[in-house]
Design a protein around this ligand. Structure first.
Ligand SMILES: [Fe+2]
Length: 229
């Protein structure tokens, strides 16, 4: 007899994402960046092949729970070699660079969500703002992070007087005219080459999201809308 599982009785969540820093010597600075994003470091282990393996969690209330995990380790040599070969084949940085490279970079610059990226939902806009300002301060003041992060934010679509007023007072969103692909929420993006990903192995985008309460069926994480870029 075939057993039928009641799907509604099963909880399925994203257990983890697996991120890589480019070189073994980037280990600690990449880990510090994830901590600045609000993640909690729960394990670190020296690897015999060089570099450090880290486990982080986004859940400060249950740090050993088997979901909400971010693993961080050095880029595996075989992947690094493949990315190098791809970059060489495309003539990156040469006079013969394949035109798809510039087109891809332009698309990524227009929209940080263009490629694979990792998003974290926070239930405090104040905390999102604090973390984002902390990351910008690291980039501005700590030479280890200099030139290794880019920042961009999307403000909530206008039309709600209370939300609009809150964002006008925000250190992150005041004066911003880029808008989210949805309503009643905000996004903040940090692109960093301390985590390598994407088709050229150059960088990864870490996203922070906040949803204003009281809009259960209409907020940005519930319904996407087309926003011109
Ligand atoms: Fe996203």
């Amino acid at each position: 007899m075939t057993q039928v599982i009641d799907r509604a009785a099963v909880v399925q969540t994203i257990s983890h994402v697996n991120l890589h820093y480019p070189r073994p010597e980037d280990a600690e600075i990449a880990a510090l960046l994830l901590e600045a994003c609000g993640l909690v470091r729960t394990q670190e282990m020296e690897l015999p092949t060089g570099g450090v393996f880290y486990r982080f969690t986004a859940n400060v209330h249950a740090i050993n729970q088997p979901d909400n995990i971010v693993y961080l380790s050095p880029l595996p040599p075989a992947t690094a070699a493949l990315m190098d070969a791809a970059r060489d084949g495309l003539g990156l940085g040469t006079a013969d660079e394949h035109p798809a490279v510039a087109a891809h970079r332009a698309a990524q610059a227009r929209d940080p969500e263009h490629n694979f990226h990792v998003g974290f939902l926070l239930d405090s806009l104040d905390y999102l703002e604090e973390r984002f300002e902390a990351l910008k301060a690291l980039a501005a003041n700590d030479p280890r992070f200099s030139g290794r992060m880019k920042f961009l934010v999307n403000r909530a679509l206008p039309g709600d007087a209370e939300i609009d007023a809150r964002l006008d007072r925000s250190p992150v969103y005041a004066g911003v005219t880029r808008y989210t692909h949805g309503r009643f929420g905000v996004q903040a993006f940090c692109e960093t080459d301390l985590v390598v990903d994407g088709p050229l192995g150059e960088a990864c985008v870490i996203e922070f999201d906040y949803v204003f309460p009281g809009h259960d069926d209409e907020h940005i994480m519930a319904v996407s809308v087309a926003t011109p870029r």
